[in-house]
Design a protein around this ligand. Structure first.
Ligand code: SF4
Length: 392
């Protein structure tokens, strides 16, 4: 049986960070004050959409955003109480909440912990004020350090820091310093992303491809980006946090089970504006043989969502699409593609299906076979985007 996770989207932020393309509204916009109405509608969506899964045991819970930690404690409690009416989980179930350092005091963190949240994922991004300012973050490096200490004091044993590398104006030495600061807090989990310029963000206007002028704080060159990536992987491995996905590092046993469920092509129900769900056909329409699953994405529009118009987009995932997506997700992980899982999911032999690409990338030493697993080599990881696109 595949795992089933729940994702809840809280689309409110104090300020919109320049690089962020997640759906959220910032303070100062009219929609920001609709938090109570939003939670009422979110509860209605959970109640309605949980019907086929009543009493189901859930693998993981994840409150993301936006900034869930910004929501009033009593509203968070209301959502969690509603979920507990329809789904089953225990204190052992991984329950993550994302937090922005500026939005949580020690007292608030204690409340969040008392609501059953047992893993905190903190958007630190950098400990250097000059980079935080460029990114548009609302907190300082010292505030991030204090919030990390507060999280441990509030009883969180699992704490993740999100960090971004290859920031505007950042050198390789700057990057090393930033990561060493993170390591001084002995994290069990660290997500280290390479900055990407997403469409529709403020950064696109400054750093997008069509922008000719060089900004006073240019993006690091590709060589520096690769140097940062390679060094980060080696340094975190040496610190006892080996990579278990291209951008994710953890002490053994502290891997994020929620994200692992995404990468293993497990099911998830996502509620809230902009949230996505991935539901297998046996839950939806057992008569459909060609369709493997359905991906549903809610409107990225707060007013529409609050009016009860939740679903924005629904896409049928055929077996062929499913095979490509599974490979794309699995190849980014340490386990790689498990040929037995592939065959159980799609009823088709893995090697025969992708023989051409498997041969090509094994010859180039970008891909390696280990028992039932095909994984990217360290060299292959540098070309991951190109390689996985062939499988899609
Ligand atoms: S706090 Fe997080 S979700 Fe909100 S704008 Fe910044 S990066 Fe995006």
């Amino acid at each position: 049986m595949r795992n089933f996770s729940i994702y809840i989207h809280i689309p409110f932020c104090e300020v919109k960070c320049g690089y962020c393309d997640f759906f959220s509204v910032a303070r100062g916009y009219e929609d920001f004050d609709l938090q109570k109405q939003y939670v009422d509608e979110l509860i209605r969506e959970i109640e309605t959409r949980s019907e086929p899964y009543q009493g189901k045991k859930i693998h993981t819970l994840f409150f993301g955003g936006g900034t869930p930690s910004l929501l009033e404690s009593k509203l968070l409690e209301k959502i969690i109480q509603t979920l507990s009416k329809y789904f089953m989980w225990s204190s052992e179930t991984e329950f993550t909440m994302e937090a922005n350092p500026k939005t949580v005091s020690l007292e608030k963190l204690k409340i969040i912990r008392s609501l059953g949240v047992n893993r905190l994922s903190m958007g630190v991004q950098s400990f250097e004020d000059r980079f935080l300012k460029v990114l548009g973050r609302i907190h300082s490096g010292d505030e991030a350090k204090k919030t990390i200490a507060d999280a441990y004091q509030a009883g969180f044993e699992k704490v993740n820091f999100d960090m971004i590398m290859a920031l505007p104006g950042q050198t390789f030495e700057d990057r090393k310093k930033d990561l060493e600061t993170a390591l001084s807090f002995h994290p069990q989990h660290l997500s280290a992303y390479h900055l990407t310029i997403e469409a529709g963000t403020a950064f696109e206007k400054i750093y997008g491809k069509s922008v000719g002028a060089i900004h006073e704080l240019p993006l690091p060159s590709e060589d520096v980006g690769v140097q940062c990536l390679t060094w980060t992987r080696d340094r975190l491995r040496a610190a006892g946090l080996p990579p278990y996905e291209i951008s994710n590092f953890a002490k053994p046993g502290f891997e994020c089970r929620h994200n692992q469920n995404y990468w293993e092509y497990g099911e998830y129900l996502g509620c809230g504006a902009g949230a996505a769900s991935f539901l297998k056909m046996n839950q939806l329409d057992a008569s459909s043989k060609k369709t493997f699953a359905v991906r549903q994405t809610n409107h990225r529009d707060l007013k529409k969502y609050i009016s009860g118009d939740w679903l924005g987009f629904s896409e049928e995932i055929t077996h062929k699409m499913g095979m490509g997506e599974y490979c794309m997700l699995a190849l980014r992980t340490r386990e790689g593609v498990n040929t037995q899982t592939f065959e159980a999911l799609f009823g088709q032999e893995f090697y025969q299906t992708y023989e051409k690409y498997l041969k090509k990338y094994q010859d180039q030493h970008f891909l390696i076979k280990n028992g039932h697993h095909f994984t990217l080599t360290e060299q292959g990881i540098l070309y991951a985007d190109t390689i996985v696109s062939d499988f899609i």
